[in-house]
Design a binder for this molecule. Structure first.
Ligand code: BMP
Length: 217
């Protein structure tokens, strides 16, 4: 399956999502999905054939509050995204332990895709990632140098990368720079024909990956 994660920040019909599962097997759920779709919609998404449903609530709180949140979503989620700036003790330590005990994954935000994000804090956030040992990290596709740095700092951690399409990054480039998956939202769900657009992204991703393999040899 393609190395693309659908960012579902808009409600799409379940039948359409079912067609998506033929091509991709990871989906990222946000507050928008939860608030607009409700629990019934989450249940319907759960019934489809995903290998990972990632809840992107950007958790950023003390341990007990975050654990109460993830407990409520347990039946719908395989993994969760949390901010790393909240630190380890009293926050990510217990959250990570809890998620491990439930066989759920944790992703930490390491470098965001938007202009105003300040990578001066990278060193600190990296230290939190080092001690927390999450399943994966989030690094923006819009910042190739940060992606390369994160890949060299974390050779064995999954990198998921948003910022493709509307935010400016070209499909495939984040993979070339070290990401494992590219996250795409608006460029797919706001296109007139989301399934067709997804397939085009998949084809273009393959082309770009092949091009950069050639460049690297
Ligand atoms: P879009 O392709 O529509 O720009 O969506 C990107 C998705 O990735 C959104 O769900 C957004 O919340 C998320 N995201 C991001 O854009 N930048 C980050 O640094 C971290 C994110 O999770």
């Amino acid at each position: 399956k393609a190395r693309i994660i659908l960012a579902l920040d808009k409600i799409l019909p379940i039948n359409l999502l079912k067609d998506f599962t033929t091509h991709i097997n990871k989906i990222k759920i946000s507050y928008v999905t939860l608030l607009e779709g409700g629990l019934g919609y989450l249940k319907d998404i759960r019934k489809l054939d995903w290998d990972e449903i990632i809840f992107d609530l950007k958790l950023a709180d003390i341990d007990s509050t975050m654990i109460s949140i993830v407990k409520n979503l347990e039946q719908f989620a395989d993994s969760y995204i949390s901010h790393s700036f909240i630190g380890y003790e009293g926050a990510l330590d217990k959250l990570k332990n809890y998620l491990d005990s439930r066989n759920k994954g944790l992703y930490l935000v390491l470098s965001m895709s938007h202009k105003g994000w300040n990578d001066d804090y990278y060193k600190y956030l990296k230290s939190i990632v080092n001690v927390t040992k999450p399943k994966g990290i989030v690094v923006g596709a819009t910042k190739p140098l940060m992606l390369k740095l994160a890949r060299s700092d974390f050779p064995n951690t999954i990198i998921i990368s948003p910022g493709v399409g509307v935010q400016g990054a070209k499909i495939g480039e984040a993979i070339c720079n070290g990401a494992d998956y590219e996250i795409i939202g608006r460029s797919i769900y706001d296109s007139g024909e989301p399934l067709k657009t997804l397939i085009e992204f998949i084809d273009n991703q393959k082309v770009t990956i092949n091009e950069c393999k050639v460049r690297q040899t």
